[in-house]
Design a protein around this ligand. Structure first.
Ligand SMILES: NC(=O)c1ccc[n+]([C@@H]2O[C@H](COP(=O)([O-])OP(=O)(O)OC[C@H]3O[C@@H](n4cnc5c(N)ncnc54)[C@H](OP(=O)(O)O)[C@@H]3O)[C@@H](O)[C@H]2O)c1
Length: 390
């Protein structure tokens, strides 16, 4: 293990992306602190990170004085808080200003490069909030690095190929030709710790776009078919249908479909050249042995990473059941970032594949009536085209 003096504090370190950063920070030899809520239900994750050497600090983000004291003990702050907590980061920023010693702050971006992309309105509204946090950090003159991690590899392979479902069909968004960047989560963790402590990345935007990790859906499916030794049926969802869904689905179900449109139809993770203030991460660390997409698929073949939904303690229920509870009781805050996003992605899949469930969700959302359980896919009535390539 390397030894690094710089102390790193990670908010959201028990979460889907955060824990890769915690592991990387420990691996790279940094004293690593994880800020976790007193009522966190991530007991197993906390124990695991603690046994690896992480220092768990229990607290609430609005405990300002406590936050300031903690910040004075560390050098670098990384936020991997979930999307609903995006503005809570302003509380961290306020504490950083008072503490006065933080050498670098990385806010919870870690997706598409929000200052460069042009996306459908529901996703734009989502990114707009993250941009406000960036602008507040710049205005506060806090040393920062803004990170665009693009697509987390295992997260998106799980969603696109659904390897754990043993399905005979794969959904293709649009023609399947747009290129996207898929970075394995372990590498996202290592890149993030490296850029957080690298003088070359101070007050810069770093984009994780290694050439070897750029791939189209068609190429990804073809690679997977070769590894599995079988051909899947391709179910295409047209761009037109995705745009219509983004315009007609209620908030926040309109967000995931807009994200898929941006990445897999418009190609927003690859369709712009880097500007003067932007740095490509793999160019900074040419000696890092990154996981290629081919290797990532081998991992899925032999020891498949769990879908993000299964990392959540509560997302063991069917989306239809959760939808029912949500409609009856509202989201009382019990369903948080990762779980909420997974739930929405599942709904998005249901909408695309199943006219029956689509009608039931609409009815439930509009009238507050119950949702029935999943039915089977129908492909033609909602504009999807099943393409049997066997
Ligand atoms: N590029 C991609 O493919 C990709 C994929 C997923 C996420 N992301 C981005 O990565 C970032 C982190 O998302 P994530 O999905 O990893 O987060 P997450 O797993 O949903 O949550 C991270 C942690 O935040 C803490 N947390 C949850 N609710 C909170 C609340 N109300 N107040 C304070 N803390 C709370 C929890 O830690 P404790 O319980 O220990 O307090 C949780 O483990 C986001 O910016 C997201 O947009 C990107």
């Amino acid at each position: 293990m390397e030894k690094n003096e710089g102390k790193i504090l990670i908010f959201g370190g028990t979460g889907y992306i955060g824990r890769y950063m915690v592991k990387a920070s420990i691996k790279l030899g940094h004293p690593t602190y994880v800020f976790s809520r007193p009522n966190s239900n991530k007991i197993e994750k906390i124990n695991e990170l603690q046994s690896m050497g992480a220092i768990i600090v229990k607290g609430k983000i609005d405990e300002h004085d406590k936050l300031v004291s903690l910040l004075r003990e560390v050098d670098v702050v990384i936020s991997a808080l979930p999307y609903p907590q995006v503005f809570d980061q302003l509380k961290i920023l306020e504490a950083i200003k008072i503490a006065g010693n933080i050498k670098r702050f990385l806010p919870s971006d870690f997706g598409v490069e929000e200052d460069r992309v042009s996306v459908l309105p529901p996703f734009e509204a989502f990114l707009e909030k993250k941009k406000k946090v960036r602008r507040a950090i710049e205005a506060a003159n806090i040393p920062y690095t803004f990170v665009s991690a693009n697509c987390c590899g295992a997260y998106f392979v799980n969603y696109l190929l659904q390897p754990s479902e043993q399905k005979e069909e794969i959904t293709v968004y649009g023609t399947g030709e747009a290129k996207a960047v898929l970075n394995y989560e372990d590498d996202v963790g290592i890149f993030t710790i490296k850029v957080a402590t690298d003088p070359r990345t101070c007050n810069r935007v770093v984009i994780y776009r290694p050439a070897a990790n750029i791939i189209s859906q068609n190429e990804l499916i073809s690679m997977w078919e070769k590894k599995k030794g079988k051909t899947f049926n391709k179910v295409h969802v047209s761009e037109e249908e995705m745009v219509t869904l983004s315009e007609t689905l209620p908030y926040p179900q309109n967000i995931p479909i807009s994200i898929m449109h941006s990445i897999f139809i418009k190609g927003v993770t690859t369709n712009f050249d880097l500007g003067e203030n932007e740095i490509e991460a793999s160019a900074l660390y040419p000696d890092l042995n990154l996981t290629t997409i081919d290797e990532l698929l081998d991992i899925f073949l032999h020891d498949p990473p769990k879908p993000a939904s299964q990392h959540s303690n509560k997302f063991s229920r069917k989306p239809s059941v959760i939808a029912h509870d949500l409609i009856r009781n509202g989201n009382d805050g019990a369903m948080i970032g990762q779980e909420f996003m997974c739930f929405m992605l599942s709904l998005c899949n249901d909408y695309i594949h199943n006219v029956n469930i689509k009608n039931q969700y609409h009815q439930a959302l509009v009238t507050g009536r119950t949702c029935a359980s999943h039915g089977r896919k129908q492909d033609s009535k909602n504009g999807s085209r099943a393409e049997n390539q066997m």
